[in-house]
Each structure stands twice: as structure tokens, then as C-alpha cells.
Design a protein around this ligand. Structure first.
Ligand code: PBG
Length: 340
């Protein structure tokens, strides 16, 4: 068969459709919009204070007034949802993480404050996991040095219920215990909360990219040199992520999440192609820290790498992205900024 050593050139010139902005806009396959973004917020138990977080330059832990202002800002910017993470007073942490099921704990009071401020204009997502409350920093209960599954799941169900009764719209189990999505779904049904969504952290990897988050919620010191490899996924595997997603969907998850984000785009793609369900991705604290630090050093153009990294999630197949850059990205997008 005839084969032109120069390929189909000059008949085919791909640069034609890249020549002008109007042409690029016409063939563009993916877009990033404010509707795709979820803003994670850290809470502290104070009426008005904010605290900076060394590992997350530009992100603060918020007391109640600043939390209300952030929720109002999310509504103004058009962000569909926020995710709340409590930095619990170390004195309230215990081996049994009892504070997790206190209906008046920090995150429950935060949910009430946010809902009073913005109502249904902004969805509220709460993590289900014990690490903000446990003296050992693990997501579950520890027996003989091992994070036990079934006993943990019982506590997670109670944690989910107190959060939902405070007004939380979406329960996001990030603990990686087996069977927790089904158990939480059954507990929600039994308590009459049929409409509560579950966003399952289905493909959550045992990642060093969570380091800054653990500093932000104060679990880093509790965890010490321990790691979460007996429950979070092995970064060397990807089939396992599909198995987890299949189970979580059968157990009643409304959407599934991949985490971290940029190092795991292949997982996002495989899940979207296999299941065709809503897939969310978490651009985690370490990703935020990397991009921010490089921008601060003048090595990267912050605004452009933020939009490019978020668009990459959309291209990989994500429907929505949790990102600490959400307000910045929303401002840029509302200003009409796109990747040129
Ligand atoms: C808690 C939880 C973690 C994150 C979200 N929920 C940390 C962890 O599993 O250790 C990480 C988020 C981030 O790094 O931004 N289970």
C-alpha cells in the first residue's frame, strides 16, 4: 500500500483549526465552569478568628463569622457547594473519637451556621471519618494496633446521622472502611433521610499528598509516623479502584470520588468510562501546596496553572472538582478568563 513518508501532509494540517481563537473555541471539547467547583473549608471553634495554615499558604481555618462570610461568598461566586472540615480542639480528641457523634460538635454547628446564612443556594458536604476526632489520628477505631472495620462503621453511621440532622446535604465517607456506604445508606433510610446524597470517596489512595490537610485539621501530630495503608488504596494499583466504585454504587452512592487528583487522572478516566456515573475528583492539599509554592517562588503563573489543572480533571472525565482554589478559579472564570 502507498504510504506517504510525510503522512497525510500537506492535505492534513492540524494547525488550521488552531490558527485563530474563534476556531479553537469551536473545536474545544471541554470547558471548566464555576458549576464544576466545590470549595473545602476548615473550621475552628471561635466566633470571629481566622488562623493561617503554614502548609497551605492562602488558606485559613475559619471561625463562625468568617465561615458565614465564606458561605455567602460561595453563593455570590456561584459555587454550587462547599465541604466542611473541622479542626477539632485537641482536648476533645479521644481514642474512641466520641466527639464525632456529638450533635453539637464543631462541624454540626458549622453546618447550621452555613445553612442559616445561605439555605439551599449552596450545598453542604461533610466528611465521614474519625480522623479529626481521634487521638491516634486514624479514620477508624484502633484495636491492638489495627484499624477495625465493622465497629468503625457503626460509629460512622452515627456520625453521618448527626451531620445530616444538623442540615448537611451530602455525606462524604472518606474513611475507606468496607461496607460503610451501604451501612450509612441503611442508617439514613431508617432515620427517614431518603434524600441525602452520598458522595463516596471510593478511590482514595494512601497518599503523601494529604500532608498539608493533616496539618490543617491537626491530625498530623496525632498520626505521627503511622500511615493509612491498611485501609486506603495502594498507589501502585488501579483495578482495585473500579472494584471499590462498583461496590459503592451498589451500596447506594450517588457520586464517587477519586483522590488525590492530578497524579490519578488515569483512575478518573477508567471510572468514568466504565461506569458513566458522576465522578468527582479532589485536588488535594498537597497539589494546592505544590502549585501555590511554585507560584510564590515566581516559577509558575498561578492563575494559568490553576485553570489548566482544573480543566485537566474535566478532560479526564470528572464532573466536579473539590479544590482549595475554588474561589480564585470562580473569580477568574466569572471574569471571563479561559485558557487562551
Ligand atoms: C480524612 C480526609 C483526608 C483528606 C480529606 N478527608 C486526609 C486523610 O485521609 O488523611 C485529604 C484532603 C486533602 O489533602 O486536601 N479522612
Amino acid at each position: 500500500m502507498f504510504s506517504n513518508p510525510r503522512g497525510d501532509y500537506p492535505a492534513v494540517r492540524l494547525r488550521r483549526s488552531r490558527r485563530h481563537a474563534w476556531a479553537r473555541r469551536l473545536v474545544r471539547e471541554h470547558t471548566l465552569g464555576v458549576d464544576d467547583l466545590i470549595w473545602p473549608l476548615f473550621l475552628i471553634d471561635h466566633p470571629s478568628a481566622t488562623q493561617s495554615i503554614d502548609a497551605l499558604p492562602g488558606v485559613e481555618r475559619l471561625g463562625f463569622d468568617p465561615l458565614r462570610r465564606a458561605a455567602a461568598r460561595a453563593a455570590e461566586l456561584g459555587l454550587p457547594a462547599i465541604a466542611l472540615f473541622p479542626a477539632t480542639d485537641p482536648k476533645l480528641k479521644s481514642a474512641d473519637a466520641a466527639e464525632a457523634v456529638n450533635p453539637d460538635n464543631l462541624v454540626c454547628r458549622g453546618v447550621r451556621a452555613v445553612k442559616a446564612e445561605v439555605g439551599d443556594a449552596v450545598g453542604v458536604i461533610c466528611d465521614v471519618a474519625l480522623d479529626p476526632y481521634s487521638s491516634h489520628g486514624h479514620d477508624g477505631l484502633v484495636r491492638d494496633g489495627y484499624v477495625v472495620n465493622d465497629e468503625t462503621v457503626e460509629v460512622l453511621c452515627r456520625q453521618a446521622i448527626v451531620q445530616v440532622e444538623a442540615g448537611c446535604d451530602v455525606i462524604a465517607p472518606s474513611d475507606m472502611m468496607d461496607g460503610r456506604v451501604g451501612a450509612i445508606r441503611a442508617a439514613l433510610e431508617a432515620a427517614g433521610h431518603h434524600e441525602t446524597q452520598i458522595l463516596a470517596y471510593s478511590a482514595k489512595y494512601a497518599s503523601a499528598f494529604y500532608g498539608p490537610f493533616r496539618q490543617a485539621v491537626g491530625s498530623a501530630a496525632n498520626l505521627g509516623v503511622a500511615d493509612k495503608q491498611t485501609y486506603q488504596q495502594d498507589p501502585a494499583s488501579s483495578d482495585e479502584a473500579l472494584h471499590e466504585v462498583a461496590l459503592d454504587l451498589r451500596e447506594g452512592a450517588d457520586a464517587v470520588m477519586v483522590k488525590p487528583g492530578m497524579p490519578y487522572l488515569d483512575i478518573v478516566r477508567r471510572i468514568k468510562e466504565t461506569f458513566a456515573v458522576p465522578v468527582f475528583v479532589y485536588q488535594v492539599s498537597g497539589e494546592y501546596a505544590m502549585l501555590s509554592a511554585a507560584a510564590q517562588l515566581g516559577l509558575l503563573d498561578r492563575d494559568r496553572v490553576v485553570l489548566e489543572s482544573l480543566l485537566a480533571f474535566k478532560r479526564a472525565g470528572a464532573d466536579a472538582v473539590l479544590t482549595y482554589f475554588a474561589p480564585l478559579a470562580a473569580e477568574l472564570l466569572n471574569d471571563g478568563r479561559r485558557l487562551k
